[in-house]
Design a protein around this ligand. Structure first.
Ligand code: PLP
Ligand code: SF4
Length: 348
């Protein structure tokens, strides 16, 4: 009798394998993308920024980047840079003042909806992330935390929407997500489940059979819980063939697809780029929702786009696109009742 090697018996979902195979060094990614050689000194300088925030780039996302181009707009979002050591006035660790939330894992800032920080980690580490200094380790949710969160949501009947965020909530496995959905089904006042995620953009395989079965289960229940998925896509090149196919499946399971972007200097702060993004989004069945002004997080000031430039870009989009393809330009201002729309100053 032949022994079956243990390895072939562990059936790991494909997306979790991709997570384990992320690029974590500039050298390995540069080799994969056949990028023109930089001096060792230059590489080292950039590599130092990995100590500020680890590098993490899934292979399927790297496959959307252009071969041989250091200036690729996707690469620039994830490549550690010596610019991250620049300290600029007003750029702080916690621009949104979220680090002192009382109930572990829950942020209730706005009326009618709560944000649940399900998982601290992400599949990709975006260099401009406003949560790059967030104490994620403290935010690891235990069973008792989840119980407390649901107790809170159950008591507050003015809530009608639960938003899963993070980190990236789809880092949680399907079983963990199913537990949340089961609990939500017991709460009559919750009408919507919103999931904010970048994971399917960087690893489309995350939308696997198990996740689709969960959506099917939600659809099959009598009580209508509407599922809304909000992607985080900043550039048209992030929408590959694999993601398009997954979007078809999500829509077939009754999921409404939206997108939020961050306005980023030298990545998407250009009217052609933004218009192409909106066109590609709607081609994939995704509606543009928000375009966020960059949050002033320490170590990322080189991504900042001025307010004047931002409003000029939106004004140009309004000229070129139907209204539903123009995202709302917003900024998160601590203490405000919701995301604050930026005044475009377009009234004659
Ligand atoms: C952005 C955000 C929400 C959702 O806001 P919408 O305007 O409904 O998209 C909810 N809670 C927090 C803490 C947020 O930052
Ligand atoms: S996916 Fe979102 S939360 Fe995660 S690192 Fe990127 S911007 Fe930050």
């Amino acid at each position: 009798m032949q022994m079956i090697p243990k390895k072939t018996l562990t059936v790991e979902p494909h997306w979790q394998k991709e997570l384990a195979n992320c690029f974590t060094t500039i050298e390995s990614l540069a080799e994969y993308l056949q990028l023109p050689a930089l001096s060792t000194q230059n590489i080292e300088q950039h590599s130092k920024a990995r100590r500020l925030f680890p590098m993490r780039v899934p292979r399927p996302f790297a496959d959307l980047m252009e071969i041989g181009n250091w200036d690729d707009p996707l690469l620039k979002q994830v490549l550690p840079s010596s610019s991250e050591f620049i300290t600029a006035k007003g750029f702080v660790d916690d621009p949104l003042e979220e680090q002192s939330n009382q109930q572990t894992g829950l942020i209730h800032k706005y009326k009618s909806r709560v944000l649940l920080i399900l998982k601290g980690a992400c599949a990709v580490n975006c260099r401009y992330c406003f949560r790059r200094h967030f104490p994620y380790k403290d935010n690891h949710l235990r069973k008792s935390d989840i119980d407390n969160i649901f107790h809170y949501i159950q008591k507050d009947t003015s809530l009608n929407e639960v938003i899963l965020s993070g980190g990236d909530p789809l880092m949680a496995n399907n079983k963990a997500l199913q537990n949340i959905v089961e609990q939500l089904h017991t709460l009559d006042h919750i009408k919507r489940l919103r999931i904010h995620t970048r994971l399917p953009v960087v690893i489309p395989q995350r939308i696997d059979d198990g996740f689709l079965a969960l959506l099917q289960h939600i659809q099959d229940r009598n009580k209508q819980l509407k599922v809304i998925l909000v992607f985080h896509i900043n550039h048209a090149n992030e929408i590959g063939q694999a993601l398009r196919q997954k979007c078809e499946l999500l829509k077939a399971h009754g999921v409404l697809l939206l997108n939020q972007s961050v306005l980023l200097k030298n990545i998407n702060d250009n009217e052609d780029t933004l218009c192409e993004l909106s066109e590609n989004l709607i081609d994939a069945g995704i509606l543009p929702y928000y375009l966020h002004m960059f949050d002033p997080v320490k170590g990322a000031s080189h991504f900042d786009v001025s307010r004047h430039k931002a409003t000029t870009l939106i004004a140009e989009m309004i000229k070129r696109l139907p209204g539903f393809l123009v995202p709302k330009l917003v900024k998160e201002i601590p203490g405000q009742p919701g995301k604050t729309p930026i005044d475009l100053g377009l009234e004659p």
